[in-house]
Ligand binder design. Structure first.
Ligand code: AR6
Length: 182
């Protein structure tokens, strides 16, 4: 766990659909009409009304994020972010992934959310290298938090132990005091 100003950041091995936070972030696609992975799990848990609201949003660009209600989820809202498909790294993938985290926090701020949970966007079906994705996720959230002062809790929801270990290592690295000059 890392505390920055009044906000705690933590990684947990958990199914994101079970979290009673103000907003969970979905790793969606540009259609916003559902899919596999965490997107499928969120739509299944939220029920058909989520799809009906998504149908009215007109899709979402890669790197952007849009808000819906949470319906049958314990979370109040879903923020649908569209991560990049990994195509080797020379197609702006890192910037697009960072944009997902930044835009999600901006949307959460506008919706007056105090707690938010992220999955490892693009790290499944979209094949983004996980170590790089975790570094980008942490760095972007820490950069953006000062502009989202209502956010008090950020959870990185990990589906397995390997992903959890990556977040833990990155959180610890950022917690370490600066080394003293020799
Ligand atoms: N809770 C937390 N994390 C999960 C869950 C869950 N219930 N289920 C999967 N993960 P992915 P992407 C993890 O593939 O790579 C969909 O079809 C998973 O282990 O869900 O951004 C969309 O419609 C991985 O670490 O998202 C898009 O077409 C992470 O969530 C496409 O997949 C993201 O994996 C998006 O692909």
């Amino acid at each position: 766990m890392l505390t920055v100003n009044a906000c705690t950041l933590e990684a947990r091995v958990v199914d994101i659909t079970t979290l009673a936070v103000d907003a969970i972030v979905n790793a969606a696609n540009t259609s916003l009409l559902g899919g596999g992975g965490v997107d499928g799990a969120i739509h299944r848990a939220a029920g058909r009304d989520l799809l009906r609201e998504c149908e009215m949003l007109g899709g979402c660009a890669t790197g952007d994020a849009k808000l819906t209600h949470g319906y049958r989820l314990p979370a109040k809202h879903v923020i649908h972010a569209v991560g990049p498909v990994w195509r080797g790294g020379a197609h702006g993938e890192a910037d697009l992934l960072a944009s997902c985290y930044q835009r999600s926090l901006e949307v959460a701020r506008e919706a007056q959310c105090r707690s938010i949970a992220f999955p490892a966007i693009s790290c499944g079906i979209y094949r983004f290298p996980a170590d790089d994705a975790v570094r980008i996720a942490l760095a972007t959230v820490l950069d953006t938090l000062p502009r989202a002062p209502n956010i008090e809790q950020v959870v990185f929801a990990c589906f397995d132990d390997a992903m959890f270990a990556r977040y833990e290592a990155e959180l610890k690295r950022r917690q370490a005091p600066p080394s003293k000059p020799a």
